[in-house]
Design a binder for this molecule. Structure first.
Ligand code: RET
Length: 252
């Protein structure tokens, strides 16, 4: 039976609540930015707005699921499992939807030639969907099982392919972008590289942290931090690019 201290329960509770607030706030912010972005740049803005909306909905559900999974025992001052299991599935459903959208957002905001854009978006969305799909059965397998390791390794192959497309193939298409945009794209790619590494590390965590409760708390807080960086922060980078492009178009 898993037992959480008051501090452990509240740490996850507050982290999930913070991410929910960040998704809501960025959703409203992206909506408010609409009239400052020219029509040509609005597809990318739509994508980033959708991503934070989808994530906001899932965080609302994850937050509720967390609250339903534990109840407070007055006599011990601890939180014990209520019997309703915590639903990690929301995260995978969220990633299945938001990861291809985030990658499409990165490519769309650049407004490359139509054929180049299409080819990059197809490669990135197929590879990222397979990456998440392969991670799913591994997440359901027991913490120390070989199955978890094998699914994780298979998923990582597609993760590496996504990084290859972003850092090698995309670079070839950036030649005609102004230097300022190239720097921002470079920033966005580093946000992807650094924040996306948190997910496989969190997946493998139960192998390294033997205390189940600590592993759960660290994983939830890790995912929460990564999600704020990978969605709202990444979206802010994208909006900056849209603003620069919109100003340039208006000046013409
Ligand atoms: C899994 C399984 C283990 C191996 C790898 C994984 C990668 C997950 C990633 C998820 C990214 C999610 C994002 C969500 C927020 O928007 C599936 C954990 C490599 C990279 C960016």
């Amino acid at each position: 039976m898993m037992t959480l201290t008051h501090g452990q329960f509240n740490l996850v509770y507050n982290a999930l609540s913070f991410v929910f607030a960040a998704m809501l706030a960025s959703f409203v912010y992206f909506l408010l930015m609409r009239n400052q972005i020219t029509r040509k740049n609005q597809t990318a803005l739509n994508l980033t707005t959708l991503v934070v909306l989808i994530a906001g909905y899932h965080y609302f559900r994850i937050f509720n699921s967390w609250n339903e999974s534990f109840h407070y025992v007055n006599s011990t001052g601890m939180y014990v499992m209520s019997g309703t299991p915590f639903n990690e599935g929301y995260r995978y459903v969220d990633w299945l939807l938001t990861v291809p959208l985030l990658l499409a957002e990165l490519i769309t905001v650049l407004r490359l030639k139509a054929a180049v854009s299409r080819s990059l978006i197809i490669k990135l969305s197929v590879a990222s969907t397979v990456m998440i799909g392969l991670g799913c059965p591994g997440e359901l397998a027991a913490s120390h099982s070989t199955a978890r390791l094998v699914w994780g390794v298979l998923s990582t192959v597609f993760f590496i392919y996504v990084l290859y497309v972003l850092f090698v193939e995309l670079t070839k298409s950036l030649g005609d972008q102004p230097a300022r945009i190239r720097n921002l794209v470079s920033g966005m790619r580093w946000v992807i590289l650094i924040t996306w590494m948190v997910y496989p590390v969190a997946y493998m965590l139960p192998r390294f942290i033997s205390n189940e409760t600590t592993a759960l708390v660290v994983r939830q807080v890790g995912y929460s931090i990564a999600d704020v960086l990978a969605k709202p922060l990444f979206g802010l980078f994208a909006v900056l690019i849209m603003l620069i492009k919109s100003r340039e178009e208006e000046a013409l």
